[in-house]
Write a protein that binds this ligand. Structure first.
Ligand code: PMP
Ligand code: GLU
Length: 403
C-alpha cells in the first residue's frame, strides 16, 4: 500500500493509500478505453441486475415525490424493518429501530463507527487477509492498525489464541468480515464463540463484524457474533445491500449497534453526509422486507462459479487456489512466480504480477498486498462463466511465459 505525498495536502490524506480495488479498476478502464478487450475481475461487484421488486419501489418513491432529506439515521420504517430482520434472521434479539443507522454504503458505516470509537493511538486488531479499506480507515481515525494474519492451512482464519496474543491495553476494537473479502472464508459459530470469549475478557474492546456477504454463504449457515448473549453489548454488526441484493450503485449500508454508539454515528453522519438517498431507502425497504428468492438464485450462481474458477485455477501450474466458502472471490497464492521474468517484465511482487497480467493477458485482478497477504492475488468470480473461463485461460498462457 503506497501513499503518494503531494505538497499542500494535509498529512492525513498524504498518509492515505489509494484503494487497491478501485486503482486496479481504474487501470482496467483506461486500457479498455484504448480499445483493448479487458476482462475485469477486479471489483467486488455483482454482475446481476438489482431485482425488479426493488427497482419498482424506487420508481414508486420518485413518482410519489419522496425526494426530500430524510432523518440522518434513516427513515423510521427502514430502521424498524432492519431491526426486525436482525432479530428474525440473525438472532440479535434486542435490536430496535434506535440501534440502526443507515449510511451511504457499508463503507461509510465502517468509517462512522471507527471515527466514533477510536481515539488517537488506540489499536484496532484487523484480521488478515482483510478488505483493503479497513487498514486505511483505521489510520484515518488516527488509530493504529494491528494486523493478525490467519494461516493458509486454517483457510486464512484468525484463531482465538492468535487474537488473545495480539490484545494490549490499547486495544479498542477488532474487525473482520465473514464471509470474508478477499478469501471467502466463513467463521463457524464455534470459532466466533471462542473469539467472543477472548473479547469478553476485556472491558473496553468492541467487535466490528462486517457481514455484508451474509447471503453469499455456501456453508448453509451464517452466524452473527452479535447473537451471543455474553457479548452482544460490545458488537457492531455492519451490513448492506450492495452484495446480497446487487445494489452497489444505490449506496445503502447500515450498522446495528448499542444505542450510545448508534447515536454517535448519527451525530457524525449529520455533519458529513446526512441521510442516504431517500429513493434508495425505499428500495432498501423493499429489499429487506421482500422475497429473498432472487438473492438465493444469485448466491447459487456464485457458488457454481466458485466451483468453476476453482477447477480451472487448479489446472494452472504453481497457482495454489483456496476453496472459498462464501462471497465471490478466490484468493490464490501466486508466489511461485515472484522473481520470474518475461521481456521487460520482472515480477517481484503480486502487484507486479497483476500489472503484467493486465498488460499481457488483458485480465484485471487485484494484488494481495492491499489485503494484507502479499503472496496472493484476488480474483472476483462475479462474472459470466465465459469470462471466467477465458480469463483463466489467458492467465495460464501469460504465466507460462514467465521464467
Ligand atoms: N465491507 C466489505 C467486506 C466489502 O467487500 C465492501 C465492498 N465494497 C464493503 C464493506 C462496502 O460496501 P458498500 O459500501 O458498497 O455497502
Ligand atoms: N468491496 C468491493 C471490493 O472489494 C468494491 C470496491 C471497493 O469498494 O473497494 O472490490
Amino acid at each position: 500500500m503506497v501513499a503518494t505525498t503531494k505538497p499542500h495536502l494535509a498529512d492525513r490524506i498524504n498518509a492515505l493509500a489509494e484503494s487497491q480495488t478501485l486503482e486496479m479498476a481504474k487501470k482496467a478502464r483506461e486500457l479498455k478505453a484504448k480499445g483493448f478487450d479487458v476482462i475485469s475481475l477486479n471489483l467486488g461487484e455483482p454482475d446481476f441486475q438489482t431485482p425488479d421488486h426493488i427497482k419498482e419501489a424506487a420508481k414508486k418513491a420518485i413518482d410519489e415525490g419522496f425526494t426530500f432529506y430524510t432523518p440522518v439515521a434513516g427513515i423510521p420504517d427502514l430502521r424498524k424493518a432492519i431491526a426486525e430482520k436482525l432479530v428474525r434472521e440473525n438472532g440479535l434479539t434486542d435490536m430496535k429501530a434506535e440501534n440502526i443507522v443507515i449510511s451511504t454504503g457499508a463503507k461509510q458505516s465502517l468509517v462512522n463507527v471507527l471515527m466514533c470509537l477510536v481515539n488517537k493511538g488506540d489499536e484496532v486488531v484487523i484480521f488478515a487477509p482483510y478488505w483493503v479499506s479497513y487498514y486505511e480507515m483505521v489510520k484515518l481515525a488516527e488509530g493504529v492498525p494491528v494486523v493478525v494474519k490467519g494461516l493458509a492451512e486454517n483457510e486464512y482464519k484468525v484463531t482465538a489464541e492468535q487474537l488473545r496474543a495480539a490484545i494490549t491495553p490499547r486495544t479498542k476494537a477488532i474487525m473482520y468480515s465473514s464471509p470474508c473479502n478477499p478469501t471467502g472464508a466463513v467463521f463457524s459459530e464455534q470459532e466466533l464463540t471462542e473469539i467472543a470469549k477472548v473479547v469478553a475478557e476485556h472491558d473496553d474492546i468492541y467487535v466490528i463484524a462486517d457481514e455484508i456477504y451474509e447471503y453469499i454463504n455456501f456453508t448453509g449457515k451464517h452466524f452473527s457474533i452479535g447473537s451471543l448473549p455474553f457479548i452482544k453489548d460490545k458488537v457492531v454488526t455492519v451490513n448492506g445491500f450492495s452484495k446480497g441484493f446487487a445494489m452497489t450503485g444505490w449506496r445503502a449500508g447500515y450498522i446495528a449497534a448499542p444505542k450510545w454508539l448508534a447515536d454517535a454515528c448519527d451525530k457524525m453522519q449529520g455533519q458529513v453526509t446526512s441521510g442516504t438517498c431517500s429513493i434508495t431507502q425505499k428500495a432498501a425497504l423493499a429489499a429487506v422486507t421482500g422475497d429473498l428468492t432472487p438473492t438465493k438464485k444469485m448466491s447459487e450462481a456464485y457458488q457454481r462459479r466458485r466451483d468453476l474458477i476453482k477447477k480451472l485455477l487448479d489446472e494452472v501450474p504453481h497457482v495454489k487456489a483456496n476453496y472459498p466458502q462464501g462471497a465471490f472471490y478466490i484468493f490464490p497464492d501466486v508466489s511461485y512466480y515472484f522473481g520470474k521474468k518475461y521481456e521487460n517484465y520482472h515480477i517481484k511482487t503480486s502487484y507486479d504480477l497483476c500489472i503484467y497480467l493486465l498488460n499481457e493477458a488483458h485480465v484485471s485482478i487485484v494484488d494481495g498486498e492491499g489485503f494484507g497477504e502479499p503472496n496472493c492475488v484476488r480474483i472476483s468470480s462475479a462474472a459470466s462463466d465465459e469470462n471466467i473461463t477465458e480469463a483463466v485461460r489467458r492467465i495460464k498462457v501469460a504465466l507460462a511465459k514467465l521464467s
